[in-house]
Design a protein around this ligand. Structure first.
Ligand SMILES: *[C@@H]1O[C@H](CO)[C@@H](O)[C@H](O)[C@H]1NC(C)=O
Ligand SMILES: *[C@@H]1O[C@H](CO)[C@@H](O)[C@H](O)[C@H]1NC(C)=O
Ligand SMILES: *[C@@H]1O[C@H](CO)[C@@H](O)[C@H](O)[C@H]1NC(C)=O
Ligand SMILES: *[C@@H]1O[C@H](CO)[C@@H](O)[C@H](O)[C@H]1NC(C)=O
Length: 456
């Protein structure tokens, strides 16, 4: 009996060793922030990438309503790391190779054996998984709104000029299949809508190019939570802690996320981190999103007014066309941008706002925060506005209604706590933004030399 039991114990130990890496990535993958796979927010897609999921029953077209217009704002699909991230990873890996890993450092040994396969030329491009993300998303949206995606409907497809977005747009279109005859041949580049942040002088000067704007992020990097992670990683790698810093640890964590998203593997980089460490690194990522793209500074969200106004102009136009019994000129508008496109717009509309700002010193208090970028803008994130024309007799409500879906799940409107709103109520709720938020005025830098003259 004894030998057999020992054998069984050995076998289960071996099985556990095999399973550990899998458990490892499953435990960490919820904390990858903007590098999260879309499957993190829709786990049913792991087993069936075309399934509309458990939430679909509740998000069908409302009774007695027909969809008139659908506007989808997409983040590109899974991408490779940027050239800068690849360079830093190369540096870190080379450093581990230079130090002969001691026997006491299995983590360092397995990382030294890891093949550095990323080349700088991959620079943020769409990965093959990213094409699949987009093709599948297109097919699911078409299945959810068959009347809008019917043959010969006109699709307006616009994109940021970034290669990964253009490729995502092309993949989305391929996903719709040849049966749809779409009359726009080209993906139309429009950076003033999809990369408004680049064109907003005030945002660029006050946030993007202002080191002081990220002071909370920098403070968190030097704070006690990050210090603990640094010490643990340094000890696992048998490196003096002085040789590591928050940026290098972040690169190691990013690599764990990239290997899972791009190659569907749990890489040895993941074994450096516990779930607790992952939560700290997620917070670091969220802090940066918060101060650079979210509620941290008003200009972050105000710079998206141009996109907000454009959405409502097209909704207005569709309502007018419907009222005068004309065909809807733009029933389908699909625009491909970035996490940086969606996050400011969601902030402008007041979604995922916590009572307290995210700061370097309130990590614990923010444990249950709403602002978790991995839940909001994973790869292939999508924000969809659907305008409906509803039969008044049956609904006793206004004729035109709107739903919003984030990542294919209905959003609850703040003004009503409901997942559908009359178009009039929605416009009324956002009246101030609609009337007073204009890109040109919001983004203009104050004329500093006027002040100088005043002081003279
Ligand atoms: C981009 O979209 C805006 C708003 O719809 C429009 O005014 C502008 O002409 C477009 N730019 C290009 C280059 O198509
Ligand atoms: C990813 O890996 C998991 C576990 O190894 C496997 O079950 C799944 O089918 C893979 N997914 C894809 C899309 O290859
Ligand atoms: C919305 O619903 C939540 C939970 O169901 C509730 O706590 C909240 O008070 C509601 N808000 C409004 C404005 O009705
Ligand atoms: C400074 O003021 C003058 C006169 O009002 C104006 O022509 C010039 O463009 C201003 N320069 C800057 C940098 O704002």
């Amino acid at each position: 009996m004894a030998p057999r039991r020992a054998g069984a114990a050995l076998l289960s130990a071996a099985l556990l060793l095999l399973l550990l890496p899998l458990l490892g990535s499953a435990g960490l993958s919820g904390y990858f922030g903007t590098k999260s796979r879309y499957e993190e927010v829709n786990p049913h897609l792991v087993s069936d990438p075309l399934s509309l999921g458990p939430a679909a029953a509740g998000s069908q077209v409302p009774a007695a309503c027909a969809p008139l217009q659908l506007r989808a704002l997409l983040r590109h699909g899974t991408r490779y790391p940027t050239a800068g991230q690849i360079r830093r990873l190369g540096d870190l890996h080379a450093r581990l190779l230079r130090r002969r890993p001691a026997a006491a450092c299995p983590a360092a040994a397995s990382l030294a054996a890891w093949q550095m396969w990323y080349e700088e030329s991959l620079d943020g491009r769409l990965a093959p998984q990213g094409r699949r993300d987009m093709e599948h998303l297109a097919r699911r949206l078409a299945a959810r709104f068959p009347a809008l995606f019917a043959a010969r409907r006109r699709l307006v497809l616009a994109s940021s000029s970034k290669h990964r977005c253009l490729q995502s747009g092309a993949a989305f279109r391929r996903g719709l299949g040849p049966s749809l005859s779409l009359d726009s041949d080209e993906v139309e580049v429009n950076d003033s809508l999809m990369r408004f942040f680049d064109h907003c002088a005030k945002f660029v000067a006050w946030v993007e190019e202002n080191d002081a704007a990220m002071c909370q992020v920098e403070a968190f990097k030097e704070g006690p939570e990050m210090r603990k992670v640094l010490e643990k990683v340094a000890s696992a790698l048998c490196l003096p802690v002085e040789e590591l810093n928050a940026d290098l640890v972040q690169v190691a964590f990013l690599t764990c996320s990239y290997e899972l998203a791009i190659k569907n593997v749990t890489s040895p980089w993941c074994s450096l981190f516990s779930e607790e460490d992952a939560k700290v690194l997620e917070y670091l990522n969220d802090l940066k999103q918060y101060w650079k793209r979210g509620y941290g500074y008003d200009i972050n969200s105000r710079s998206s007014c141009i996109l907000f106004q454009d959405i409502f102009q097209h909704l207005d136009k569709a309502v007018e066309e419907s009222k005068s019994s004309k065909p809807i000129s733009s029933p389908l508008i699909v625009q491909v941008g970035h996490a940086e496109t969606l996050q400011p717009l969601l902030a402008l509309m007041g979604f995922f706002k916590d009572d307290e700002p995210l700061k370097a010193n309130n990590y614990v208090r923010q444990t249950h925060r709403k602002f978790r970028s991995g839940r909001i803008v994973p790869y292939a994130a999508n924000l969809v506005f659907v305008l409906y024309h509803c039969d008044q007799v049956k609904t006793s409500k206004e004729e035109y209604q709107v739903q919003m879906l984030l990542n294919e799940k209905l959003m609850t409107f703040h003004h009503s706590n409901e997942t559908i709103s009359t178009y009039a109520d929605l416009k009324d709720y956002y009246k101030d933004i609609l009337e007073n938020c204009h890109f040109k005025e919001e983004c203009e830098l104050p004329k500093t030399n006027v002040t100088v003259i005043d002081e003279l």
